[in-house]
Design a protein around this ligand. Structure first.
Ligand code: MAN
Length: 604
């Protein structure tokens, strides 16, 4: 019966399902021969060598299993190291290894005395070989990873469930009967629903699948080595090499993109740090300027107060009624008019005298004693004097009057009183304007405007300092890598709506039908993790307090950031009413060192 079964197995198996591993026509006798040769060759290594002891024990253990059964499936199950062809492959490798170990041992003894470095290297190599062999010796049941091999180590005839719920014969592991409450006794079968099956997936990435999927007649893509379908019902070819190669190619491409993303991030960091320094410098300067402006303001105010005080004193000591001022103003107007007339008369005189002299010059003959022209000049001058009689008197009288008026107007003061500002302004402007001078009044006004200018400067500087402080207080990431994005807006068209995010600003949803716009919220905080020190902290932003949803919450946005070489929103979903989840790629979250972080195999 058993022979028939063996023959049936061999006849039925058209392929091992493992790439490059052919079905062996006579696995049992081949294995027996290989193991016997292994045991024989091991005798050439000193019996004290740990390697020899471990390999001998493993080989004898496997040989005894093989010799005790003709059922290949049973042999495979009990050895628990894959299908029979894999076991043959391991046995042949072991045999080859013994020859090498023998050689190394000889080399080690030859150089023992002084080649210490070489010795260390060889010993290290041997250590790793022994470790590997020892692990195999631990006898790993199907569906258990190497990392958990020690939990299944055979320490006697019985074995304890991992949760302590049962104590079963070691052979009951993977016997298709669920003994342990945690399913730990059936890692390689579908007997326990809560158990997990480990696929080695050599050439790709190892994976766990639910053990209920073991031998269910479906080739699970997670188990690319097909090891979950071992009962022969279905042949699942080993695709791990193929998948692994594709995956590695993908990783390589991702690595290149990450490197480009990382380069851009470095630019962002430089930009952010430069900006910060500039802002800090501007803040320093603005603070210095503000202090100066404050001092200037205080000076101006003091000056103004002083002037006001002086003018108050003057006005109090010389209270001239409005009526009197009006009269005086009239008089001044008249006087000014008189002065202007006088100027005109004087100008006329100058012109007349110039003409007399010009005629004398033109009519005089230099070669003769020309008395006629001199006489007519004298006559013209006499006429001129007759016509301008009283000119001196007029001037004298005018000057005296001026002085008198000045005395009346000013008294002891140089500046007119301030309690009649209109009059004061008119008179002073007129007099000063006429004399071509700047009045004290306009000096006062320029004092006032200088004060308000200083005040304006002070306010502007205070606003500038506030703005700078707001900018500096923004959290632009651990290395200021997000400063570059501050204020930048990105859009995503989902068909019905166009979503936009202005980084650190507002999020909006615009209808593509009627172009109406809905406010989804303003930037509130970073939320990728609890603590800023967590690397994930700067991978998510919250935009909150958007327009309230009908019978619901205020709209809000979660913006998830992932590494990419461009800034772009790649998806938008609304998992809960009025809660929007946006995914965006940006160099700002790329790893600083893409070659270290790529081991995590994060998708770009
Ligand atoms: C609008 C949009 C949607 C939202 C509903 C809630 O239609 O803002 O995203 O779900 O309002 O009423």
């Amino acid at each position: 019966m058993q022979v028939t079964r063996t023959l049936f197995n061999a006849a039925q198996k058209a392929t091992t399902g493992l790439f490059g591993l052919a079905v062996h026509p006579n696995p049992k006798s081949h294995l027996i021969k290989t193991y016997r040769r292994t045991l024989e060759t091991l005798t050439q290594i000193p019996p004290t060598a740990v390697y020899r002891q471990a390999t001998e024990a493993l080989t004898q253990h496997r040989l005894s299993i093989i010799e005790s059964s003709d059922n290949i499936k049973e042999i495979e199950n009990r050895i628990g190291a894959g299908i029979i062809e894999e076991i043959i492959w391991q046995a042949e490798d072991e045999l080859k290894l013994i020859a090498k170990v023998k050689e190394w041992k000889i080399q080690v003894s030859n150089v023992k005395s002084n080649k210490s470095i070489l010795s260390v290297l060889i010993i290290l190599s041997l250590c790793s070989l022994i470790y590997a062999t020892t692990e195999e010796f631990i006898e790993i049941p199907r569906g258990v990873p190497k990392s958990k091999a020690s939990l299944y180590e055979r320490k006697g005839p019985n074995w304890t469930c991992l949760d302590g719920s049962g104590f079963i014969p070691y052979e009951a592991i993977n016997d298709e009967y669920c003994d342990c409450a945690d399913g730990s006794d059936e890692p390689g079968t579908s007997a326990c629903p809560n158990s997990k099956f480990y696929c080695k997936n050599i050439g790709h990435i190892p994976a766990y699948i639910s053990s209920s999927r073991v031998n269910d007649g479906v080739c699970d893509p997670e188990c690319c080595d097909g090891s979950d379908e071992y009962d022969g019902k279905i042949n699942c070819p080993n695709k791990c090499e193929e998948f692994g190669a594709e995956y590695r190619k993908h990783l390589k491409e991702m690595e290149i993109l990450r490197a480009q993303g990382a380069d851009k991030k470095q630019e962002y960091i430089k930009y952010g740090q430069k900006l910060k320094i500039e802002l800090l410098n501007s803040l320093d300067f603005a603070i210095v300027d503000l202090n100066a402006a404050k001092i200037k303001c205080a000076d101006r105010e003091a000056e103004l107060k002083k002037l006001e005080h002086l003018e108050k004193i003057k006005s109090e000591s010389s209270p001239i009624p409005v009526k009197e001022y009006n009269e005086r103003m009239k008089k001044y107007r008249v006087k000014i008019k008189g002065l202007k007339d006088q100027i005109n008369v004087l100008q006329g005189n100058v012109d007349a005298l110039s003409k007399i002299l010009q005629d004398l010059k033109n009519g005089h003959n230099q070669n003769e004693n020309d008395i006629t022209i001199v006489k007519s000049a004298i006559t013209a001058y006499d006429e001129f004097l007759d016509n301008n009689k009283g000119l001196e008197d007029f001037n004298v009288q005018d000057n005296e009057e001026d002085e008198k008026e000045d005395e009346i107007l000013m008294g002891d003061h140089k500046v007119p009183p301030v309690h009649v500002p209109e009059i004061k302004k008119t008179i002073v402007d007129m007099v000063y304007g006429f004399l071509g001078l700047e009045s004290n009044e306009s000096q006062d006004r320029s004092d006032e405007s200088e004060t308000s200018r200083a005040e304006k400067d002070r306010k502007e500087l205070e606003n500038k300092i506030n703005d700078l402080k707001i900018k500096l207080s923004k959290d632009h990431g651990k290395q200021d890598e997000f400063a570059k994005l501050d204020g930048e807006c990105f859009e995503y068209d989902s068909g019905e709506y166009t979503y936009s995010i202005c980084m650190f600003g507002a999020a909006t949803q615009k209808s593509n039908k009627d172009h109406s716009s809905t406010h989804l919220g303003n930037f509130q905080k970073w939320s990728g993790a609890q603590s800023e020190s967590d690397p994930g902290y700067y991978t998510q932003q919250i935009y909150a307090n958007g327009l309230r949803c009908w019978n619901g919450p205020e709209r809000s946005v979660k913006l998830n950031l992932e590494c990419g070489i461009e800034n772009e929103i790649i998806s938008v979903v609304e998992p809960e009413k009025c809660e929007y989840h946006l995914k965006m790629k940006t160099p700002a979250v790329c790893p600083d060192n893409p070659f270290i972080d790529s081991n995590k195999h994060d998708e770009l």
